[in-house]
Design a protein around this ligand. Structure first.
Ligand code: XMP
Ligand code: MG
Length: 186
């Protein structure tokens, strides 16, 4: 099957595979510099980081440990407030460790705010955030984000791990879906 099969559903490619890989390399270089001698724990939120996190750590030049947390929204109503349920907790203790929290996209910031509070309660030595995408126009809570891959406009984006109803995670690029796909009409 041809890869461009996806282009039937994609309105615009925001970042190509090459652009993503270049940017991920830059982030990895920066993080490796900042965390020398620190052996950070890289904490990823499933499933959106499923492409970004493995690419990022493989470009790093320092020892790291990796762990994952999986969350799910309680309901549409509570999701709006950023309250999530942890469905898979971390395996590693964070106490006195340098933690780099890796997200796919920060939108309103409510989910991130909630999760950071959860992680901070475990008393890490430091806690910083790295997000592949930053959707700043929709931010409701100001959270310092140390590493940002790309700024994105206020569109629903998919690909490179990001999904729409669990599909499109395996797009090698990041793009915007056609309205007909999102809203089911042409
Ligand atoms: P906020 O920051 O609003 O983000 O609490 C909550 C979660 O919403 C998802 N999200 C997206 N997922 N494309 C996606 O595939 C998007 O454009 C998008 N915007 C927000 C994401 O899981 C984030 O963690
Ligand atoms: Mg997410």
């Amino acid at each position: 099957m041809e890869r461009d099969f996806w282009l039937d559903d994609v309105q615009e490619v925001l970042f190509t595979e090459e652009q993503i890989h270049e940017r991920v390399k830059e982030l990895a270089r920066q993080i490796s510099q900042d965390y020398q001698e620190k052996t950070p724990i890289i904490v990823g939120v499933l499933k959106g980081v499923m492409c970004f996190l493995p690419d990022l750590i493989r470009k790093m030049s320092i020892p790291v440990e990796v762990d994952f947390i999986a969350v799910s929204s309680y309901s549409t109503e509570t999701r709006d407030k950023g309250v999530v349920r942890v469905v898979k907790d971390l395996d590693l203790p964070l106490m006195d460790r340098h933690v780099l929290f890796v997200e796919d996209v920060v939108d309103t910031g409510l989910t991130l705010h909630y999760l950071l509070r959860n992680l901070r309660a475990r008393n890490p030595a430091s806690l910083e955030v790295c997000t592949l995408l930053n959707k700043n126009p929709r931010r409701l809570i100001n959270i310092p984000i140390r590493y940002v891959g790309f700024e994105v406009p206020d569109y629903f984006v998919v690909g490179y791990g990001l999904d729409y109803n669990e599909r499109y995670r395996n797009l090698p690029y990041i793009g915007i879906l056609k309205p007909s796909v999102l809203f089911g009409k042409d």
